[in-house]
Design a protein around this ligand. Structure first.
Ligand code: ADP
Ligand code: TRP
Length: 323
């Protein structure tokens, strides 16, 4: 049984790029027999940049609802808010005291953030230690992450190793599972879809608003009657990511043969999204309209998770002379 663990920042409502690029693959991995997944909302990490409490609450619930709506099995797996398992902050303190200062000072993500952000707080500096605690508290074997997080995984292994060498085997050494995903979902302006570019497609929007977003996808000005190049069209790229191959070929022919406008293509894309995500949209709406139910699912996950956390933490406390 492999323990697969990953954290999700709650910085907004997950968009189509997040769903196709991260949520669906993580759920597929969680559903593989022999795996058990720990998926959590990294709401403590979010305090390094987001200070607004209402925004944090809303984003956290929206992210949770999106994952459950996309089919995450909360019974089989461990789905929780990072902040609700206080063992992680206690472990972070212990790990801080085994983390050499230069290792953090040289971390790329810290250097990058401290160049970009005006609020360079100590939380940003110790971000990788909290991340190490996130991982080794649950004895994770595999951590699927993007390339930008690989150094954080090396730091986690380093810290775990230092501790194990001194106190005997305590933590599993986690391995990064680097995702060389080629899939890059384009946004409404044709660039990579990202919250930071305000070009996202939120598939959970009510139909009318979703229609407006789809209509805002930028296309060129080729008139309806002329043939169009599918390979340089964002609407076609999005359609191809979602439709079965036969429908994609048909759409390609429509583009090439002329008499087919971008308005038609956008209508087809909207219909496809509505059809493909019917269940997810309904489920998301249900959960966001029934926050006590969402809260219940999360707290059940957190209760289960806390037990796993306490096992490791008790061992650490004993080894350090706190018990
Ligand atoms: P954003 O760029 O909107 O802030 P995040 O950085 O929070 O998104 O990404 C969360 C996860 O979603 C990451 O695993 C990332 O690789 C994936 N992801 C984000 N945008 C896309 C995209 N346009 N195409 C494919 N995957 C994406
Ligand atoms: N730092 C990760 C990111 O920005 C989120 C995260 C927090 C995480 N703790 C983690 C990822 C533990 C994997 C494992 O995406």
């Amino acid at each position: 049984m492999k323990r697969v663990l990953t954290g999700i920042q709650s910085t907004g409502i997950p968009h189509l790029g997040n769903i196709l690029g991260a949520i669906q693959p993580a759920i597929a991995l969680a559903n593989q027999p022999g795996n058990v997944s720990f998926l959590f909302i990294a709401d403590l990490h979010s305090l390094t940049t987001v200070k607004d409490p209402e925004l944090r609450r809303l984003n956290t619930l929206a992210v949770a609802a999106a994952w459950i709506a996309c089919g995450l099995d909360t019974q089989k797996n461990f789905f929780y808010r990072q902040s609700r398992i206080p063992a992680v902050t206690e472990l972070t303190w212990y790990l801080n005291c085994f983390t050499p200062y230069p290792m953090l000072a040289n971390a790329h993500s810290f250097k990058d953030k401290s160049d970009r952000l005006s609020d360079v707080n100590a939380g940003l500096f110790t971000y990788p230690v909290l991340m190490a605690a996130d991982i080794i508290l649950y004895q994770a074997d595999l951590v699927p992450v993007g390339k930008d997080q690989v150094q954080h995984l090396e730091i986690a292994r380093d810290i775990a190793n230092t501790f194990n060498n001194r106190y005997g085997h305590t933590f599993t050494l986690p391995e990064a599972m680097v995702d060389n995903r080629v899939m890059v979902v384009p946004g409404t302006d044709g660039k990579k879809m990202s919250k930071s570019y305000q070009n996202t497609i939120d598939i959970f929007l009510p139909e009318k608003q979703l229609d407006k977003v789809i209509k805002s996808i930028i296309t060129d000005s080729t008139p309806i009657e002329l043939p169009k190049n599918p390979d340089s069209c964002t609407v076609f790229s999005l359609y191809s990511l979602l439709a079965p191959p036969d429908d994609v070929s048909q759409m390609r022919n429509n583009y090439l043969s002329g008499g087919f406008g971008y308005g038609h293509a956008k209508k087809a894309l909207l219909e496809l999204i509505l059809a493909k995500f019917t269940k997810e949209r309904e489920q998301y709406k249900l959960l966001m309209n029934d926050l006590p139910q969402l809260e219940k699912l999360l707290s059940e996950g957190e209760q289960k998770t806390a037990e796993v956390a306490m096992k490791t933490l008790s061992d650490v406390r004993l080894k350090l002379g706190y018990a």
